[in-house]
Design a protein. Structure first.
Ligand SMILES: [Zn+2]
Length: 347
């Protein structure tokens, strides 16, 4: 039997949604946390097909975050199969918040998935940057310079890049990799602006990140690729904020020391070194699960800490969800608790 392209797309879509609903019905998570592929394969393929359709039809991507497409998919299914739609449309669907966007849990998993998959296949520019720095015996500070530039410049013009190069000649051997963090700016419109802080589209759960995501004013030529947004710029917001605060207190701070063994290496006036990993995750559950298996490698520190942003920690539900699941050995502080501790030492 021959199917048309549309029928194949619909079959894949339905199959994927049914698999997800089956999991929910059986009391399992809709996505398999420990699996290399958390979502059903047909759903990925259907979303790819739908995206292409939208781009061909409207010349724009309707649902930039892949998980927003679950909502799009729901509507498409509704249009052709009302009975089926009733069957799949659960009010407590854990993937979608407010019926319009993926839940934080969903986004958190999505970013982890993208990062790990890229790392495993060694495709991302970050592991290749690390390898190049070792191969060419460049100073480790090259990594910090590289990363900080991207975190602080989501939309660099040619002039900004030229200035960066002339101030930092160590960057030239890895300039190709730096440029891989960016792409030509995607279509920008009033209905779908980019975020001026992280460079991502605004239609995503990252709106919950403090200071993110407000619309960019004016047009830009160059924007970060999605991996850069998810894996580098957004996680760096808290890291840069902490570095600035600690530097203002007169401390010596090194970001991402020894090729990213920690987020911050803080040297106290006593000579003691603190190693800090900062985590701005929307899902407290996923964060606890992650930190239960995480340590900070040796960079000469006497103490190690995990730090969580105040704006997340003051949410008592978040804090409780984290504390009930965190079984690790390292102390976990909010940003202000960490600063209090530093002040205590400085007295
Ligand atoms: Zn943003």
């Amino acid at each position: 039997m021959q199917f048309s392209e549309d029928e194949i797309l619909l079959i894949k879509l339905c199959k994927g949604l049914v698999q997800i609903c089956d999991r929910i019905n059986r009391g399992e998570p809709a996505y398999l946390v420990e699996d290399s592929q958390p979502f059903p394969q047909p759903l990925y393929e259907a979303f790819q097909g739908l995206s292409l359709k939208w781009i061909l039809r409207d010349e724009e991507m309707r649902h930039p975050a892949i998980l927003c497409m679950v909502e799009g998919a729901r509507k498409s299914v509704e249009a052709v199969e009302p009975d089926f739609s009733e069957f799949v449309d659960y009010p407590e669907d854990p993937l979608i918040g407010n019926m319009t966007r993926p839940s934080e849990e969903c986004e958190a998993w999505a970013s982890r998935y993208a990062l790990n998959l890229e790392r495993e296949q060694n495709q991302s520019y970050i592991p290749r940057l690390m390898a190049e720095i070792e191969r060419l015996s460049l100073p480790h500070s090259t990594y910090t310079l590289f990363r900080r530039f991207i975190a602080e410049n989501p939309f660099p013009s040619d002039l900004i890049i030229a200035l960066f190069r002339s101030n930092n000649p160590d960057i030239d051997p890895v300039l190709d990799l730096l440029m891989q963090a960016y792409r030509d700016a995607p279509p920008q419109s009033e209905s779908m602006p980019l975020c001026k802080t992280c460079g991502g589209y605004l239609d995503c759960a990252a709106r919950d990140i403090e200071g993110c995501c407000e619309p960019l004013e004016g047009r830009v030529d160059r924007a970060p690729i999605e991996d850069t947004v998810i894996c580098l710029i957004r996680p760096s917001l808290i890291e840069l904020r902490l570095a600035r605060t600690l530097e203002k207190m007169g401390l010596q701070v090194e970001l991402w020391p020894e090729l990213d063994k920690a987020d911050l290496k803080v040297t106290l006036p006593t000579g003691d070194i603190w190693a800090i990993d900062a985590k701005d995750w929307g899902s407290a559950t996923m964060l606890a699960r992650e930190l239960n298996q995480d340590t900070i490698p040796n960079i000469g520190q006497s103490q190690s800490f995990f730090v969580i942003p105040d704006y997340r920690w003051t949410n008592l539900a978040y804090q409780a969800a984290f504390k009930s699941r965190y079984k690790g050995n390292l102390p976990v502080f909010s940003e202000s608790e960490l600063i209090k501790r530093v002040k205590g030492v400085l007295k």
